[in-house]
Design a protein around this ligand. Structure first.
Ligand code: ZN
Length: 409
């Protein structure tokens, strides 16, 4: 699953899009092909080492007398140059007792993606005026969401802000960074959990985005760009008594490529200006071709296996939240039936994992504690048991959708 990438297209609907993860049984929508799509740009850029791209400081111009000057022209303050050297790690010896890398305390390796249930999930419960002020702050910015329930209480925000501040300095060696806590929206009944990191340089921002999830014994947190991107996670299917995904994958693929779906996609294309319709069509086809399914080993009461199947598609392909919501609403309203069984029950959990705050699994099945070297909170609270009767969020999406087609959040 590719992480989302920032989009900056100013066309009415869709920007140039990354390639889908896989190409499947490509059918024609308005006789379109997706082969012209560009390569994906979802992965954050490898950060350029601060200082390595600076222009040469040595002035080799000739003097008025015709003799080359050999003196160096100092264009930056000594303080800035020492700070840059510290960021590059040049002020520490390469070996010996002082060569310990503070980043070793953070869980190493590639981290999993945190899947949210809607594009604005990270900004939920934050005062909208504060979000407006955050947008105006200088330099590069990132959102940071601490793992676990600790952030759910306002009284802990001061401690978390200090821990995040320390971690960001340790990771980026920044001298100018600022971290601030969120303020609760007057219309929300729970505290927000997302903090803001700002005054970052582009290189420092990319360092933080490279691992996305940072986990030490002090604090574990997830960083994401301030600009929201559409999620990969779409919905979950329950109620199927099978432990294999092949049949369901085939069913979803058939539904997403049938005449009804193509007619729906065509209506979206027809709503964009004529000159961008072809591009919109390719984008939508790429989106449905990027479908992926994962299986969750959830259980019903009595420890009875009741697997859930999470359905994803590359959300970063769609750069417009309302179009993504229309797509998700439509695809979640369709019927997914495997041979000899009733259609699956489609739902979108309202309560995210209380550990990573991802929407696609309960805390008991959170994948992060399984990560080698994980330092953060564990998934010991909440079992993988999903009680269909008691969980308010397990109402059939199809039933709810019939009643209120356009509102799922
Ligand atoms: Zn989780």
């Amino acid at each position: 699953m590719r992480p989302p990438s920032a989009s900056n297209n100013n066309s009415p609907q869709f920007p140039p899009s990354p390639s889908p993860n896989t190409q499947r049984n490509q059918q024609s929508l308005l006789t379109a092909k997706t082969t012209q799509l560009g390569s994906g740009t979802a992965e954050p850029q490898t950060p350029s080492r601060p200082g390595t791209t600076l222009p040469q400081q040595i002035n080799t111009d000739e003097s008025p007398s015709g003799q080359p000057q050999t003196t160096q022209k100092i264009q930056r303050s000594l303080k800035d140059r020492v700070a840059a050297a510290e960021e590059r790690g040049e002020t520490k010896p390469a070996s010996g007792p002082d060569s310990w890398d503070p980043l070793e305390k953070y869980t190493q390796g590639e981290m999993l993606k945190v899947h949210h249930s809607h594009p604005m999930a990270l900004l939920s419960d934050i005062d909208i005026n504060l979000i407006g002020e955050w947008e105006e702050l200088p330099d590069e910015k990132l959102l940071a969401q601490p793992f676990g329930d600790y952030a759910a209480e306002r009284k802990n925000h001061g401690t978390l802000r200090a821990l995040l501040f320390g971690a960001v300095i340790e990771i980026t060696k920044a001298h100018k960074v600022t971290v601030c806590a969120p303020q609760q929206s007057p219309t929300s009944n729970k505290p927000p959990k997302t903090f803001l990191i700002y005054n970052l340089s582009e290189a420092q921002k990319q360092i933080l985005l490279q691992r996305k999830v940072w986990s030490s014994t002090n604090i574990s947190f997830h960083v994401a760009p301030l600009e929201p991107t559409c999620p990969d996670y779409l919905f979950t299917i329950k109620g199927l008594t099978t432990l294999t995904m092949e049949q369901l994958e085939k069913t979803i693929e058939e539904v997403w490529h049938d005449e009804a779906t193509f007619t729906f996609l065509k209506t979206i294309c027809e709503q964009v200006p004529v000159e961008t319709q072809k591009q919109a069509e390719q984008t939508l086809l790429a989106f449905i071709d990027s479908m992926q399914v994962t299986q969750l080993d959830t259980k019903n009461k009595g420890d009875i296996p009741a697997p859930s199947f999470c359905v994803y598609a590359s959300g970063n392909i769609i750069n417009e939240e309302s179009t993504w919501c229309r797509l998700r609403n439509y695809l979640a309203s369709r019927e997914y039936k495997i041979k000899f069984q009733d259609p699956g029950i489609i739902y979108i959990p309202h309560r995210p994992c209380s550990l990573c705050h991802g929407a696609d699994h309960p805390r008991g099945l959170c994948p992060f504690p399984q990560k080698k070297g994980w330092n953060g909170p564990t998934g010991k609270i909440d079992s993988p048991l999903i009680d269909l009767e008691r969980r308010s969020d397990t109402t059939s999406f199809r039933d709810r959708n019939r009643a209120k087609a356009a509102r799922i959040f």
